[in-house]
Each structure stands twice: as C-alpha cells, then as structure tokens.
Design a protein around this ligand. Structure first.
Ligand code: SF4
Length: 754
C-alpha cells in the first residue's frame, strides 16, 4: 500500500500520495461520520488541514492542496510572469504548459503550425525558457490540446488537478478531480499557497443500461445539458454512478466530463473502474492501474449509501443521439425530432461544414467510429457534401490514426486534417466558404457553440453532436437527416441506409506516440535565461509591487465612482485585449474602460481631480501614479462579477490604486484584489455610496490596526462642505492582512521562502 509509484512516465521524482490522502480521508470520515461520495473523498483527501477544516457542502470554503497544475498557452503567460516576480527557484507543485490555443486553422495542419510558430515566436520562446527555468513540463505547439495530453499522460484516479482552462474537467474520465481555475489560483499553488474552493454540492447522475447503435457517450452529456440547462451545475460536482458506467470507454467518460463545463459544474467525475484500468494499461501506466486497485475499495469509489444533493437518472438503453444548439449547448434536440424542430425554427437546413475532433471528442474510438461510417458511405460512392475538418486532440492520436488508416479515410472523403490544436473550436479559423453575416449551419463534435465562437459570424448556427452524427450530417449535407431512419441515394440513385458506427475503444496495436513534442525541464536549470524581449508588446516582466508604507492613507482622489453593474469585463475587457495578457502595462490600457462614470453617465471619460481635464480612466490613473497620488475606486453591488480574470486586480495595482470601496464584491474578484495588495472594502452603510461625489477626497483611517472583523473608517472631504465619515467592513483574515502589508500575496510567499 505504500509503494513508491511515479505519477507519470515523464517525471521520475513525483510520486502518487495515496497513502497520505487516505489518512486525511480517514480523519475527515471520523469527524463527519457519514458515507461519502467519490467526489467528496477526493476533495477531502486533499484538505490542507483535515482535522479542523469546516466541511459543509455548499457553505464552507475548503483549503486544498492540489497535486498538479496544467496551463494552456493563453493563460499561462501572466500566471508564469507573476510566479517569476515572487523570485522562487521553482514551482512548488508539478506543473505543465500546453501550446494549443494560438494556432489558426487556415490551410493544413503542417502549414498552419509553421505559421503559428512564426507568429507567436516570442510567446513560445518565453514559455519554453520559463518552463525550463522553473521546472515546468513544456508541451510544444503541435503536441496537442491540453486536456487530451493530460488524459494521455498525467491524469489518474484520485488526483486533484487544477487547470487554467474551463474544460480541465475532461480528466474526470480517468477518475481524477480536475477543476478549471483562473491564473491567480494557479500562481498560488505554484507558490505553495493552499487553494480555496467553496465546498461543492454533489449532483449524482445514475446511468443504467447500455448504449447501442448510433448513440455514444457524447449523447449522455448532451441529454444532461438539456435537463439541467447551462446553469444547472453551478457550485456542484457532477458524479456519475450506476451499472451503466461500466459499459463504455474511459475516453467516452472524458468527453462527458469535458462538457460538464457547459452546465456550469465545478467539475465532473467517474469513479475508478475497469475502463480506466484498460486506458492506463494502453497508455503505458499499468503500474498506476495496479496501485489504484489497492485503494479502490476505501478511497477510489463512493461509499454505499452516499447521498447526493440532487439525483438525475439517464437510461442508456433508450438514449437517442442528440444535437444541441444553435447558440447554446443546452438546447437539446433528439435526432428523431430534429427535422421538425429545425423547420419550425427556420434554422438553415443545409449543413455547410462538419467538424470533428477537439479536446472533447478526438479519442481513437471517436476517430475509428467516424471512419467506419465514411467507409460505409464510400462503398456506395459517396463523399462528404459539406466541408469536413478533423482536429486531432494530440500528436499521439494523429500518429496512431495515420498508422491505422483512419486519417487516409478522412482525406479520401474530402476531409481536411488540421493541426493538433484548438483551431476552429476557439475561433482560430480562417473560414472562407461564406461571408461574414451569411446565415448558415455548421455541426461540430466540440463542446461550446455560443454566438460567433467558431468563426466570428453571429449568423452561423453552430450545433454540437457526437463525431458519428457530425459525419452523418456531412454526408447528407442536411440538418433534417436522421441516419437511424432515413435513406440516402448512392452514386447510381439506389437508396440505402448508413450502417451504425463501429469502432475500437483502444488501438489494437497500441498507441503511436508520433513526433516527440515534449520538453522536459533540465536537471541543471541555473544557467537558463528566460527570454522576454524588452521591446515586446505582448510580454513584459513584472516587478514586485511595493510593500505598504505602514501609514493610514489621506486625501486620496476618487479615480471613478462607477454606476450600476461593474463586471470583470467592464474592469478588464476581453476581445482584442487578450493578446496583451502577458503584458501588464499594455493591458492596463483597458482598465475600467467599460465602467460608467457616475459623474456624467459616460464610459471611459473621467475628470482628473488635480487638473480638471477629462480623459480616459487608464490615462488618468497613470497620471495619478506618475505624480505620486494613490487613488480609490467607489463601486456598487457585486463589483467584479463575471470571470476570475486576475488582470482585473493586477491592473489597478499597477496603475497605483490603493483601495476599492464598494457596496459588495464578487468573491473571487475580492480575493484577487487582496492577493495583489489592494484593499477591498465595503460600506457598512450602503447609503454612503450615494452621498459620495466623484470629486471628493477620502482618508482611510485604522489601517495600522487592521485586524479580522475590525472596521476601517472612511473620512470623506467634499470639495465644498464639512468632512464626514462612514465605517467600512472587510473580509480579511490574519494571513491575508500580511498580503496587504507585504504588498501582495506573492511578496509574502517570497519573503517566507527566502
Ligand atoms: Fe478549449 Fe476548444 Fe481548446 Fe478544448 S479544443 S481547450 S474547448 S478551445
């Protein structure tokens, strides 16, 4: 039971911690004294302090110690830059970085990859050298999509992974608790801080029976999305159980967990089972499979009688293939109803493009089932009517299907094989067959289909389905087609029906790893220099923020009093600004440009308190900083709601902000502000918000005695009139107060580890 088993084949010195996890779990079980779900076991086994942690599902905040971090290239940039600013020699938790989001689909896999390497050279060079320096595994462009690589190499039952991408839960198909987080959370764990998560509720999904014919695992999650809607999983982990679980493949379970993100779930997970053993064996990890078996009974399965907060049942015997969309992944239509629904809704009936692959659906099984339908169609002389693309999820999948013939089948069918990357799934698609604004239909095996996601055209009606169904639509070229009941005409005009797909869960001759696309961190990292060009407009090294000067703050100007909703999109806009994610100075030029100024009802037009000149928010904030003035922001309810984007907290700190004072905060944004050394404070008397004028000056008194639960006083100096004061509350605990004093959480971590 206490063997030393490495976590994977790539890192010799990282071992599986089942023994200590089980010890933690036993502590928690003796305290809670009730049966636990599988998801709970995995979470509680990773508690920082299992003896004293409050545990109430949906209520308490858990402090956790994840086993691993995975970052994709778009989010990794700022995460690593922040980590570097802490001055630590290496990451405290095993971490990998994956180059998958920045490759645009244009011509062909090899050409697109070569162009992306050229275009994104400085980002890739930075990531490659930073990974080498800080002991991070680096997966080069062309290696594949983060979630597929994690499943193939890193995931195993019982592990807790955080990933800076929303589809991180994909690894739940291998019994892992894999949760998507913002960059700030990843940085904490890299720097050895505990990671905080509100104890999730657990939704049990009971699968009974067995799928057959055209139905595939994708249809389970498409059906579930229809039941729960896009919000149904919020704050919960979806845990699958029932005899149906043992009837399909591990990669199929990955597909289901992947798309759990579409119902808002914290993550999704399957308990350790035989299909996972098969997959671990096929990917060279029999030692892990054998080790996991020893822990199956007590750790890697739910306790009998474990209770779920909500229970949903799906009968696989009667489950039909589904097509979800357009514009939202929870608009679920069974294939038997599609013709009627499509006509009634006036959806474009011609299927212009069929796209298979992506991190959701590019397993060997997916590819071989899709290829079987194409082979069948070819015996009748048919090729794809629609444009057809294939995105392999990894180099290993690509090389294996190239060796086993499926790739050739796709190409003979008229398909275009794209790079092993996200491509059209994230809008990295130079689509040429229609003009922007043309109303049209596409069907993909991806996970998301929000307006404009794939091709930037708001008139594209995007549907998501299994790869098998995508192929059927590509052959028929018509959304009304139901392969279970409808006939097609062969080249001679004779009618026939497509045979139901067949395929193997795992390659009979093993996986072909293909080209080696992994860069391991070197043993001696001291001589590695991280490459960041000082003239780059996409990347910029960070300097640690200054520590607090130990004094109360007086006569601060109000940068902006924002009116109405102020989300992270108002604070740090996305869209074209995403390219500056690794350059704090450049991205700070979007600070609060979407927020409405209470003084004039306008966005990005505020008065400089000292010069009287109206200017943009970032320009004015920068002027204050450069002229030695700290400033505050006044905001309303739920300030900073939206995403966990850490830039929304880094930017005001970079621009010289001192405190953000609001009626209330969205919790993640509030924590992010604390981490960057800003003071998030709340009006105890909300009506004070109305009394404050944008050209008042304010004092913050009581900072020298800042303590948990102790209010701070805001003194307001109106331009004309008497000063008045109002109390401000905060949610600092004593550890977080140190973050403020040191100037940031990272500064504190760096000081403690020095
Ligand atoms: Fe995200 Fe799509 Fe890439 Fe998957 S393939 S990681 S869903 S962008």
């Amino acid at each position: 039971l206490d063997s030393k088993v490495p976590m994977n084949l790539l890192e010799k010195n990282n071992f599986i911690n089942y023994k200590s996890q089980l010890e933690n779990l036993r502590v928690v079980k003796s305290r809670l004294n009730r049966p636990l779900t599988y998801a709970e076991k995995l979470l509680y086994a990773h508690l920082d302090n299992p003896h004293e942690q409050d545990i109430e599902r949906g209520v308490s905040y858990l402090k956790l110690r994840p086993d691993r971090i995975a970052c994709q290239d778009a989010t990794a940039q700022m995460a690593i830059l922040q980590f570097m600013s802490a001055g630590m020699p290496q990451v405290a938790t095993p971490t990998t970085v994956h180059c998958d989001h920045l490759i645009q689909a244009q011509k062909s896999g090899p050409e697109d990859l070569a162009r992306a390497i050229d275009l994104n050279k400085e980002v890739y060079d930075f990531l490659a050298t930073a990974c080498a320096k800080y002991n991070i595994g680096f997966w080069k462009p062309g290696s594949g999509i983060i979630h597929q690589i994690v499943l193939e190499n890193y995931a195993f039952p019982g592990e807790l992974l955080i990933g800076t991408d929303s589809h991180t839960p994909n690894a739940g198909g291998l019994g892992q608790l894999a949760i998507g987080v913002g960059g700030a959370d990843a940085v904490d764990v890299m720097a050895n801080l505990a990671w905080e998560l509100k104890a999730p509720k657990v939704i049990g999904v009971k699968l009974t029976g067995k799928m057959s014919g055209w139905t595939s695992p994708k249809d389970i999650i498409l059906k579930l999305a229809g039941i729960t809607t896009v919000k149904g999983g919020t704050g919960a982990i979806v845990e699958y159980f029932g005899d149906g679980v043992d009837t399909f493949s591990c990669t199929g379970m990955g597909t289901i967990c992947n798309m759990g993100a579409e119902i808002g779930a914290t993550t999704s997970v399957f308990p350790f089972n035989k299909s996972m053993v098969d997959y671990l064996n096929a990917t060279g990890r029999s030692q892990i499979a054998d080790f996991a078996k020893l822990y199956q009974k007590e750790y890697l399965s739910a306790d009998a009688g474990a209770e779920y907060d909500q229970l949903i049942e799906i009968d696989l015997n009667t489950l039909e293939p589904h097509i979800n969309g357009p514009f939202t992944p929870d608009l679920a239509t069974p294939v038997s109803k599609m013709k009627e629904v499509a006509i009634a809704n006036d959806w474009p009936l011609e299927v212009k493009v069929g796209l298979i692959g992506s991190c959701t659906n590019s397993s060997y099984e997916d590819m071989s089932r899709a290829a079987s339908i194409i082979k069948d169609a070819e015996t009748h002389g048919l090729k794809s009517k629609a444009i057809f693309t294939v995105t392999p999820g990894s180099e290993q999948v690509r090389a294996t299907i190239a060796r086993d013939g499926q790739l050739e089948t796709f190409e003979d069918f008229g398909g275009k094989v794209l790079a092993n990357a996200c491509g059209p799934c994230i809008g990295q698609w130079d689509r040429q067959d229609i003009k922007k604004g043309d109303k049209n239909t596409i069907v993909s095996s991806f996970n998301r289909n929000f307006t404009s996601r794939n091709d930037g055209n708001p008139q594209t009606h995007a549907f998501v389905a299994s790869p098998e169904m995508v192929v059927a639509y590509a052959i028929a070229g018509d959304l009304r087609f139901n392969p279970l009941t409808d006939k097609l005409k062969d080249a001679d005009g004779n009618e026939f029906m497509l045979k139901a797909p067949v395929g193997l869960g795992l390659p009979p001759n093993g996986y072909d790893p293909g080209e080696n696309t992994y860069q391991a961190p070197p043993e001696d990292r001291s001589s590695v220099t991280v490459q960041v060009s000082p003239t780059s407009d996409r990347l910029q090294l960070l300097t640690p923020f200054k520590a607090w000067d130990g004094k109360d703050a007086t006569r601060l100007p109000i940068l902006i009093k924002s009116l109405g909703k102020t989300t992270t999109d108002h604070i740090s806009m996305a869209g074209p600004w995403l390219k500056y994610r690794g350059h704090l100075e450049n991205i700070s030029n979007n600070y609060m440009i979407g927020a409405i100024n209470a003084e004039n009802g306008e966005a990005n037009n505020i008065k400089n308190h000292y010069t009287g000149k109206f200017d943009g928010v970032p320009e004015t904030a920068g002027w204050y900083r450069d002229n030695g003035y700290k400033w505050v922001v006044i905001g309303g309810e739920n300030f900073g709601e939206g995403s966990s984007r850490e830039h929304a907290a880094l930017e005001p700190r970079f621009l010289g902000g001192f405190a953000i004072i609001t009626k209330s905060f969205a919790r993640i944004h509030e924590t992010n502000l604390k981490k960057q050394g800003l003071l998030p404070l709340n009006f105890v008397e909300p009506e004070a918000y109305d009394r404050i004028n944008p050209d008042d000056e304010v004092d913050l008194i009581g900072l020298t005695e800042l303590a948990p639960g102790k209010p701070v006083t805001l003194v307001i100096h109106p331009k004309d009139g008497e000063a008045w004061s109002t109390p401000l509350s905060h949610t600092y605990n004593s550890e977080q107060i140190e973050w403020f004093k040191y100037g940031s959480a990272l500064n504190k971590m760096a000081a403690s580890s020095a």
